[in-house]
Design a protein around this ligand. Structure first.
Ligand SMILES: Cc1ncc(COP(=O)(O)O)c(C=O)c1O
Length: 359
């Protein structure tokens, strides 16, 4: 990323206003923004926002790291077609990189991928394949991976980066996520990280361990995920959780695991939205898990950070749709403090005169 003054005009005085000027979309990533959640939760929890880049999520870092490594190793060449199993965000990041670098990209996903995310990938020139039949031992994720393997076996132009096993996934967070947290919060006591592929979790956990930093690392996962050995059950919110144990997960780096019900995820998202912060589903999970953990352990002295992987626009038809939420988690699940407040709802018929005035 280069910097320049707006419009490349000469700076007016010694207080030079530097703005980013980029050529490639992956060169912009604002990841040093934290939201103080003390007023919402009553604990000193800062939320590290990872949704401010052109791919809209933390997965841009993993995608960039994996693609650049594959290019260096000569695996990815002109004419290659990237293929990846993704619940959406990695797919969008790879779509963006593939478009920018001139590769093809086929994303293999399932019905939990938001419609707007699918459309975004297609708008960037990618193809999206949606699997619908889970495999008995690996669920929908197992079915996605079987499809990817079959594709790769059928044509050697396909390149599967395999985010579940690719070292670049966690290396991205080792290099770029954990150091930003520690620089901003040198006295960090506890870091909450959601677990999907566990790239973010393991990259951060390894970095803090290697630095000899004493921060506790708490993994947050969705009830129904089997990553940490739980019983599989329905999960509808993409991002966190897995139908099998992620290959890179190593619990010896973790201090604790908190499991969160999707109903609590949704409540947490709506609570943040009532403060004007529209975050994605997995952020609701991580914040809900962090709150439960802090309610139990914090005497008011702890400094805590949680990672918010994306923002809320991609979840308008799901997490932020009352019908969707109530159909899945039951009527009244949102509770009184999460429904729109302060606006009186007046049930009245308009008079003929009022109707005429409106026309
Ligand atoms: C919204 C969202 N949250 C969390 C995650 C989990 O991140 P990781 O795969 O690094 O565990 C993902 C991964 O795709 C995601 O899309």
């Amino acid at each position: 990323m280069t910097t320049a003054t707006p419009g490349n005009r000469a700076p007016r005085d010694t207080e030079e206003a530097q703005v980013p000027v980029i050529t490639d979309p992956q060169d912009f990533n604002e990841d040093s923004l934290f939201v103080d959640l003390q007023p919402v939760l009553g604990h000193r929890l800062a939320l590290k926002c990872e949704g401010f880049n052109f791919a809209g999520s933390i997965k841009l870092k993993a995608a960039t790291e994996m693609v650049e490594a594959a290019e260096r190793e000569g695996v990815l060449r002109p004419g290659s077609i990237l293929v990846e199993s993704s619940s959406g965000n990695l797919g969008v990041a790879l779509s963006m990189l593939a478009a920018n670098k001139g590769y093809g990209f086929l994303c293999v996903t399932d019905h939990r991928c938001n419609l707007s995310t699918r459309r975004m990938m297609e708008a960037l020139g990618s193809r999206v394949h949606v699997v619908s039949e889970p495999t008995p031992d690996g669920g929908l994720l197992g079915a996605r991976i079987s499809y990817v393997r079959a594709l790769c076996a059928s044509d050697d132009r396909y390149v599967w980066l395999d985010q579940y096993a690719n070292h670049g996934n966690q290396r991205a967070h080792y290099r770029r996520t954990a150091p930003v947290v520690a620089a901003q919060f040198p006295d960090l006591d506890v870091l909450f990280v959601g677990a999907g592929t566990t790239g973010t979790l393991m990259g951060c956990a390894r970095w803090f361990r290697d630095q000899g930093h004493p921060a506790r690392i708490v993994a947050v996962d969705s009830v129904g995920s089997v990553s940490f050995g739980g019983e599989p059950s329905r999960r509808m919110i993409p991002g966190l959780g897995s139908g099998f144990r992620p290959a890179m997960l190593d619990e010896s780096y973790l201090d604790e695991v908190v499991m969160v019900d999707e109903a609590d995820t949704v409540r947490s998202c709506h609570r943040l939205a009532r403060r004007g912060f529209l975050f994605g589903g997995s952020t609701g999970t991580v914040v809900s898990g962090a709150q439960a953990w802090l309610d139990h352990h914090d005497d008011g002295s702890l400094t805590a950070v949680a990672i918010a992987p994306d923002l809320g626009e991609r979840y308008l038809d799901t997490v932020y749709q009352t019908n969707w939420v109530e159909a899945l988690y039951g009527p009244g699940v949102l509770g009184p403090d999460t429904v729109p407040g302060g606006i009186p709802v007046v049930d009245m018929e308009l008079t003929e005169r009022q109707r005429a005035d409106m026309l």
